[in-house]
Design a protein around this ligand. Structure first.
Ligand code: GLA
Length: 393
């Protein structure tokens, strides 16, 4: 929906006039490489997309959030005087969680009428939740700052942290910072090289002349993803605790590969050694990827993406038949120089680098072959790299 349509729909749903309706947006993300490294203090390399969450809002004089999504029936209401009642909402709990975290920091959140228009696949691995969290945090904070006469621009890294806190404390997913950071801080045509141990970052222009980023969705229902995600996290924490008995590294993601090799047996447990091996080498691959891009070596970048997926499949074990089939079928197509899962895994999306003149063939062939093996079709997204959270004026 464009801006005018969204405002019109807002008036249809909530009534009133257009003057006091404003629109905010925050995008989804695709991670090019560096998976399951963020909560290990390692490196990630995500980019914001042009698709994401758009929200039309009007402030209310009470403490009620009235929330509607363009693709969902009915209005969800939450009273911010009693926010703990809404943790199990089928939709709307991210928004309440964001309000709760801001209020903990002394930021007053008023009621709002809010109409969300989200063009990301829900639970599809492109961070639809982070897009909702960051856009919502931006709405609440913008109105609060204005009410207090605060003129400074909203601190977008803080918005990312609020989104992550909402997801962890309110929604029970112990996620890292990558998704919210990319949604808040993305920049058109750039990828974010983020060091998760201290949130230092660089915007790297994506130079892959002659190639396109193609995102494909397995369309698998995610199921137990959240509990498995939390399980991987604690396996990493256990591995680190053992390594810390013989080294003094604060995070798994900062351990050099040679130090890791010399000490990994102290971890003791085969599975945890595999998890830690993935993390340590994945961080190394992120550094090599940036070097490859700097050297205009797209082919090397693609090889590193392939190695990343193989490690997520064999060592971290977060792929599954749908993601592996999609990646295998993608790599078979001429002109596809790298393909891997992106996001948490267990379903969701892959990201591939495909020669521009082969994109249509790629989509047609991968769709045919994936469907023949899995029994239902994948979907494709062609999105440019866009800007992070902002008000749309
Ligand atoms: C999810 C989490 C991120 C990150 C990825 C895996 O998207 O929200 O914090 O851990 O999985 O890289």
């Amino acid at each position: 929906m464009d801006k005018q349509q969204l405002i019109k729909e807002f008036i249809n749903v909530f009534g009133g006039s257009e003057e006091d309706v404003r629109i905010f947006a925050s995008p989804g993300r695709v991670n090019l490489i560096g998976e399951h490294t963020d909560y290990n203090g390692g490196f990630v390399f995500p980019a914001a997309l042009t698709i994401g969450a758009f929200v039309a809002v009007r402030k209310r004089e009470d403490k009620i959030l009235r929330m509607k999504a363009t693709d969902l029936e009915g209005i969800v209401e939450a009273n911010l005087e009693t926010p703990d009642e809404y943790k199990d909402l089928f939709w709307g709990n991210y928004q309440v969680g964001v309000a709760v975290e801001l209020m903990k920091d002394g930021i007053e959140v008023s009621g709002f009428d809010m109409l969300y228009d989200d063009n990301l696949p829900h639970g599809g691995g492109l961070s639809s939740s982070a897009a909702i969290e960051v856009s919502t945090a931006l709405v609440f904070t913008t109105y609060y700052n204005e009410s207090k006469g605060i003129k400074d621009p909203v601190d977008m890294i803080y918005m990312a942290k609020i989104g992550q806190r909402a997801e962890r404390n309110y929604c029970g997913v112990n996620c890292g910072i990558m998704d919210q950071f990319a949604s808040a801080m993305g920049k058109e045509d750039h990828v974010i090289f983020l060091d998760c141990k201290d949130l230092s970052y660089k915007l790297v222009p994506l130079k892959i002349d002659g190639y396109k980023i193609v995102i494909a969705n397995t369309n698998k229902k995610r199921g137990l993803a959240d509990s498995k995600y939390n399980e991987r996290r604690s396996e990493c924490e256990d591995a680190l605790a053992k390594l810390q008995t013989v080294t003094d590294y604060e995070y798994l993601g900062v351990i050099p590969t040679d130090v890791f090799e010399a000490n990994k047996n102290v971890i003791g447990d085969e599975i945890k050694i595999k998890r830690a091996t993935h993390v340590v080498y994945e961080c190394d691959r992120v550094l090599k990827s940036i070097e490859a891009l700097n050297n205009n070596d797209v082919l090397e970048f693609g090889r590193l993406m392939n190695a990343s997926h193989d490690s997520l499949r064999d060592l971290y074990e977060v792929t599954g038949i749908e993601l592996d089939t999609l990646v295998d079928e993608s790599r078979k197509i001429e002109g596809c120089i790298g393909s891997r899962m992106t996001g948490a895994g267990f379903g969701g999306c892959t990201v591939s680098i495909v020669r521009e003149d082969m994109v249509d063939t790629f989509k047609a062939e991968v769709e045919k072959n994936y469907t023949a093996k899995i029994g239902y079709a994948p979907s494709f997204y062609v999105s440019d790299l866009g800007d992070g959270g902002r008000e749309i004026k």
